[in-house]
Design a protein around this ligand. Structure first.
Ligand code: GLN
Length: 626
């Protein structure tokens, strides 16, 4: 497995929603498999022979209800044997598992679907996916009258599909006229008391259930309903009890593809059911529903293109359920934009205001668990469906344990799709396990960081740089441009300047040291510095990075308390220090300027608090997501 990796073709210009690598992949698969000839449209039910052999649709519906579709996905056809697992679920719900097990086995028969066969020891049909078992299951649908039973059946099927389904009457009558073999099965079941009343009413219901008219999208949503634990992901309506889903999927796994079941389990490895109308539906529990529609059938009665598509999907996307079993369902642990969450770099007021207005253009997704195709798809969709203009997408893989080859391919496809839109994908991958860019052309390789905060800081710089120019994004400012001087007239500024001391610093130098008595408020005019806090256990933590336009140590203005952190220079620069004595002197010569400066400090402190509040709110969404 993993030999062949899906190629996600280069996407066209257009809205980002139309550039999903999943759509591109399905389009290419459809194009390739459409060329496949061979197989015959079923003709033993005359009405079925009218199907056009070139009809071909592929649909993937996710367990949260997103539908990808390509080809003839809205062409109606009869559900045929794909009805069998649905009716089996109704029988289980109406009579309980014990009662049903007495009448219908769960053993793969290796027989053709229409084999006139019963278990030699018990006289019961071997399983509910061959006609004998399916007819027995239809007889177990509860209801006072034939009409009531049919109505129930249609209501449940409709709940699976999420829309009201009806019968294809010409198919039903054609089947009624030509169903001699099924009649034989019905009478045989009656003779063994598996059916307890005259077979004709049950056969009539069975023929009707086979003629229910669906399209490929309906089947994908039915499969997604099973993947979603029994309720339709779009309508929320429950079609089958959660505890029965496992039973239904079990018989699909062992018996869903007639006597092709063994090879199907090996090559595709997804519970599935096919029908002679040309449909196949298959389920990746917890993740996806897949449906293919193409009428030409092979000798076993399975859609030729349907089998090819399912094999390709399983191999390309590594969907074999024994492989996907360890994947956790939701890979998106938290998602937020740079409007609400910032790096530890403290920015000038001007830059903060700028980030507040443009931060939405950079979005962060924190992922967890195994990143396989289904969770990769969820990430890609969250990105391409963003309605806001997107410039930067940051994927934090710090908590991801494994990235499968198809998921890595999907992300490479996303790099490409974003680049086409002038946007960029950034991957945060401390252990470099993701291999997202490995073996890819440079244009499909994301930017990589080993630390989320560093990536966010870089992204902020990118957003600022494109709007303010590089020197403003990280440079030196004049004292007049420092937020603490906001609103000061030149004369007031001059008086403030008189009471400030100037200090230059080199990398590594401590501007203030934790525990020392506070000697003044620091106004940074250039250079970078880190705020480092020593924790009680002795470890040190970087709490913030400061650059021009920020200030720190404001508490010194009001009390000589010890410093609560060390500020160490990372990049040479300069600052001004306002000592408590300086502030007093300013008060004596110009009380108004002193209170203006204090008010500006208060505004800065208030802004920091409200930004932290927003961050806490955005980050606490994780708790709801995990
Ligand atoms: N109505 C069809 C039959 O019983 C269903 C068969 C099928 O889809 N395999 O012959």
């Amino acid at each position: 497995m993993g030999r062949f990796r899906p190629r996600f073709p280069r996407t066209e210009r257009g809205p980002l929603t139309s550039t999903s690598p999943v759509d591109a992949y399905l389009g290419a698969l459809h194009e390739r498999v459409a060329d496949l000839r061979g197989g015959e449209v079923a003709s033993y039910i005359p009405e079925l022979a009218k199907a056009d052999p070139s009809w071909f649709g592929i649909c993937i519906a996710t367990a949260d209800g997103h539908v990808y579709e390509v080809g003839d996905t809205r062409q109606r056809f009869s559900i045929q044997s794909i009805s069998k697992p649905l009716t089996y679920g109704i029988a289980l719900g109406d009579h309980g598992q014990e009662a049903v097990a007495k009448r219908i086995g769960v053993e793969p028969s290796g027989d053709a679907f229409n084999e006139i066969s019963l278990a030699p020891d018990t006289g019961t049909p071997l399983n509910p996916m061959i006609n004998a078992g399916a007819i027995a299951a239809s007889s177990l649908i509860a209801g006072a009258t034939p009409d009531a039973r049919l109505e129930r059946l249609l209501a449940v099927y409709s709940a699976y599909a999420g829309r009201k389904l009806d019968l294809d009457l010409p198919i039903y009558t054609s089947e009624l006229d030509s169903g001699h073999r099924n009649r034989a099965i019905g009478h045989m079941l009656r003779s063994f008391d598996v059916l307890t009343s005259h077979p004709e009413a049950t056969l009539d219901l069975y023929f009707r259930q086979c003629s229910v008219s669906v399209d490929c999208r309906d089947l994908a949503l039915m499969a997604a309903t099973l993947a979603n634990g029994g309720s339709n992901p779009l309508t929320g309506e429950r079609a089958v009890a959660a505890e029965l889903v496992q039973k239904v999927l079990s018989v699909m796994t062992t018996c869903g593809m007639y006597d092709f079941a063994g090879e199907w389990a090996d090559r595709v490895g997804l519970p599935a059911k096919s029908g002679v109308g040309g449909g196949i539906m298959s389920v990746l529990p917890g993740q996806l529903g897949i449906a293919v529609f193409s009428p030409p059938l092979d000798a076993q009665g399975n859609s030729v293109r349907g089998i090819e598509v399912c094999k390709a999907l399983s191999e390309d996307l590594e969907l074999h359920f024994l492989r996907v079993a360890r994947s956790s369902r939701s890979a998106i642990r938290a998602s937020y934009t740079l409007e609400t969450v910032r790096s530890k770099r403290r920015r000038s007021e001007h830059q903060q205001a700028m980030l507040l207005s443009v931060g939405n253009a950079a979005v962060v997704f924190e992922l967890s668990g195994d990143l396989l195709f289904p969770s990769g798809e969820a990430v890609v969709r969250a990105v391409v469906e963003r309605s806001e203009p997107t410039e930067l997408v940051l994927l934090d893989l710090t908590r991801v344990s494994l990235v499968s080859a198809p998921a890595a391919q999907l992300l490479a496809g996303l790099v490409d799709a974003l680049r086409y839109r002038g946007a960029q994908l950034v991957v945060i991958d401390p252990s470099d396990r993701s291999q997202v860019g490995d073996g890819q052309a440079a244009s499909r390789r994301p930017a990589e960081f080993s630390d989320l905060d560093a990536a966010i800081e870089w992204a902020e710089g990118q957003l600022l740089q494109t709007r303010t120019g590089p020197e403003q994004a990280s440079g030196t400012i004049a004292l007049a441009d420092h937020p603490i001087c906001a609103g000061l007239e030149p004369e007031a500024l001059r008086r403030l300047e008189q009471v400030l001391t100037s200090r230059r610093f080199q990398p590594g130098e401590h501007l203030v040291t934790q525990g020392d008595v506070a000697d003044g408020v620091y106004l940074l005019l250039g250079g970078d510095a880190s705020v480092i806090i020593a924790l009680p256990d002795g470890r040190k933590r970087r709490a913030a990075t400061l650059s021009a336009g920020t200030s720190f140590g404001e508490v010194a203005a009001v009390s000589p308390a010890p410093r609560t952190a060390t500020v160490r220079a990372d990049k040479a620069g300069e600052c001004r220090v306002l000592s408590p004595e300086g502030l007093d002197r300013l008060g004596e010569i110009d009380a108004e300027t002193k209170s203006a400066v204090l008010a500006n400090m208060l505004i800065g402190a208030f802004e920091t608090v409200s930004r932290l509040d927003r961050e806490v709110a955005a980050l606490s969404s994780r708790d709801q997501l995990t």
